[in-house]
Design a protein around this ligand. Structure first.
Ligand SMILES: C[S@@+](CC[C@H](N)C(=O)[O-])C[C@H]1O[C@@H](n2cnc3c(N)ncnc32)[C@H](O)[C@@H]1O
Length: 271
């Protein structure tokens, strides 16, 4: 039932966004460090994992409206896969986060940093009993889009979307019992600004907070270290900051075939 509601929301949002789900008011920064820096923009497509599941991508490919491959040598059969980048959590990831990874969230407050299309917020509303679900998002158009969905589906009793920069949101960060970071910074700001964001999180999130991150913190912060010589390291010692936590219920129904979706999703407790 929840999955059907999420499908309907995705269908509503697809109708108002361009196929790559990037708005004219956004500017994507292709990463200059880490694995994503290897991506060739000519052979990379932004395919939003919340809006387009595998089944839909297959349908669009069959209809010639999307492609999974590009030809490396025009006219031949030598093709290579296009790299897909998603800027939203897929429905599979939402199911995993809120039914397997996190335990019961009665009376808890969730904060999604960079809530974008609102996928995490809707997943939290439908799958958890968290009493307050906040999304902060820099882009006004994306905030308006989320507010429209919250209104249409009657989620306003527990979801609140705020047009805010993370660094102006100390009180919300400190209020949250669960903070969710789905690759918030990598494609959305230059490296120097990302370092500032990580240092802010390290200094602001209170002890005992649960942190859900995609990709693992080790990976995100490793990218920062690549610039150590230029003083663009965050200086964060992960062992002093967080402890990784196993999923609350690794046998939750429905997640059996989601391995590729869940490998990158990690849960930490802030020390
Ligand atoms: C990868 S998307 C995350 C999507 C969403 N959380 C999800 O999982 O479906 C990152 C979003 O974070 C926003 N963002 C980046 N830096 C931010 C900041 N400092 N404060 C608030 N939002 C930010 C971007 O505008 C972008 O929409």
């Amino acid at each position: 039932m929840q999955d059907e509601v999420l499908k309907n929301i995705a269908s509503d949002i697809r109708k108002v966004l361009p196929p790559d789900a990037i708005l004219p008011s956004e500017s994507i920064c292709m990463p200059t460090v880490g694995e994503s820096a290897m991506l060739d923009p000519r052979h990379t497509a932004h395919v939003d994992g919340f809006l387009y599941d595998d089944e839909l991508v297959d349908e669009l490919c069959d209809a010639g409206k999307m492609s999974r491959n590009y030809c490396t040598d025009c006219g031949s059969h030598r093709t290579k896969p296009i790299s897909f980048i998603s800027h939203s959590a897929s429905r599979g990831r939402l199911l995993y986060i809120f039914t397997a990874l996190l335990g019961p969230l009665n009376e808890k407050t969730i904060l999604d940093v960079g809530s974008r299309l609102g996928a995490i917020l809707y997943g939290a509303y439908l799958y958890s009993t968290a009493s307050k679900i906040f999304g902060i998002e820099l882009n006004k158009d994306l905030c308006d889009l989320q507010k429209g969905i919250v209104q249409k589906y009657g989620f306003q009793d527990r979801i609140q979307v705020l047009e805010r920069n993370l660094v102006d949101s100390s009180e919300l960060v400190q209020l949250a019992d669960v903070v969710i970071l789905n690759n918030v910074f990598e494609f959305f700001m230059p490296h120097e600004a990302q370092v500032h964001m990580w240092r802010f999180l390290r200094n602001t999130i209170k002890s005992g907070t649960l942190l859900v991150t995609i990709p693992p913190l080790e990976e995100s912060l490793q990218h920062m270290k690549a610039r150590f010589a230029m003083n663009l390291d965050t200086g964060i010692n992960l062992e002093e900051w967080v402890r990784e936590s196993p999923p609350f219920n690794a046998d939750a129904p429905g997640i059996e075939n989601l391995q590729s979706e869940i490998d990158e999703v990690k849960l930490y407790v802030v020390l």
